[in-house]
Design a protein around this ligand. Structure first.
Ligand SMILES: [Zn+2]
Length: 297
């Protein structure tokens, strides 16, 4: 069976935690910590003939552990379709000629106001008005992503976007995608500059690189025991926090939803294949506006 996003739930008991699949409650596992229980759930899903590398979406959200709390005020997630959709970008095979590689790189250029860097593929300007063309979307999924240059573009189904209120949709800039093989669902790309940019965190070790050619940076966080891959500064958030807005960098726009609001949506028709990732909110004392990263080789 292929990879799949499973809706799950959890509860605490005297021994630790119990986790299970909502649609198949007999697929369950227990552990002394929530992490251990989730690890065993992966095994249980495999043993029951489910996905080899399952993705779990928990509702209610998993409990925060001690180190998380300082980054959960407000409590935010990014939401993305858990599947790479295909575009009409020319494929670069192994040992492709310089001409073939250049054709694939030039395909990236048409979607940004500046060319993409030949070394790191970060564009020198934001997304332009050209429509993305998709050649494959996973059946049944309400979202996915495609790679364009060094970044990703996120697309969501009309059905998902209709779950949001009109007021919430006002905070999003959406553009229809052109589907070469037309399915029944209509998809929209999240475009426009993100409302809030990702920042570094001075008290955590970052992973990533800086391009020696264009000085573009690409970074994230993979800290053991911390669920956050990206962070925003609390001070950058709008004072009246919308339940839905965009985050990222000028070449990567992602959907951010308050955990509370996402919890009211997850599991509804229109959210199939969508997963949430905790987004850390950093108090000003720990915000790093510039990061020293290793140079891209
Ligand atoms: Zn570069």
């Amino acid at each position: 069976m292929e990879d799949f996003v499973y809706l799950c739930s959890w509860k605490a008991d005297n021994h630790g935690f119990i986790v299970w699949l909502k649609e198949h409650p007999h697929s369950k596992a227990a552990g002394r910590t929530i992490g251990e229980a989730v690890e065993w759930l992966t095994e249980a899903v495999r043993a029951d003939g489910g996905a080899i590398t399952p993705t779990f979406e928990f509702t209610p959200p998993l409990p925060a552990n001690g180190g998380d709390y300082q980054f959960r005020n407000p409590d935010l997630v990014t939401v993305i379709g858990d599947e790479r959709f295909e575009t009409n970008q020319p494929r670069v095979q192994a040992f492709a000629s310089e001409t073939e590689r250049r054709a694939a790189a030039e395909w990236n250029n048409q979607f940004f106001t500046g060319n993409t860097c030949s070394k790191c593929q970060i564009p020198s300007g934001p997304r332009n008005d050209r429509l993305l063309e998709l050649t494959h979307m996973r059946a049944g999924y309400d979202g996915g992503f495609v790679s364009v240059g060094a970044g990703i573009r996120c697309v969501f189904s009309e059905e998902f976007l209709n779950l949001l209120t009109e007021q919430e949709r006002q905070f999003l800039e959406l553009r229809p995608v052109a589907a070469i093989r037309r399915g029944r669902k209509r998809f929209f790309e999240l475009v426009g500059l993100p409302r809030v940019s990702f920042v570094g965190v001075s008290c955590l070790e970052s992973s990533g690189w800086e391009c020696p050619k264009c000085k573009g940076q690409c970074f994230g966080y993979f800290v053991k025991g911390l669920p956050f891959r990206n962070f925003v500064a609390c001070a950058d958030l709008p004072s009246a926090l919308p339940s839905v807005f965009t985050v990222g960098s000028y070449w990567n726009t992602e959907l951010c939803i308050t955990t509370h609001r996402w919890n009211s949506l997850v599991g509804k028709k229109g959210t199939r294949g969508l997963v949430s990732h905790p987004l850390g909110a950093v108090p000003e004392d720990y915000v790093a506006r510039s990061l020293k990263l290793k140079l891209l080789e």
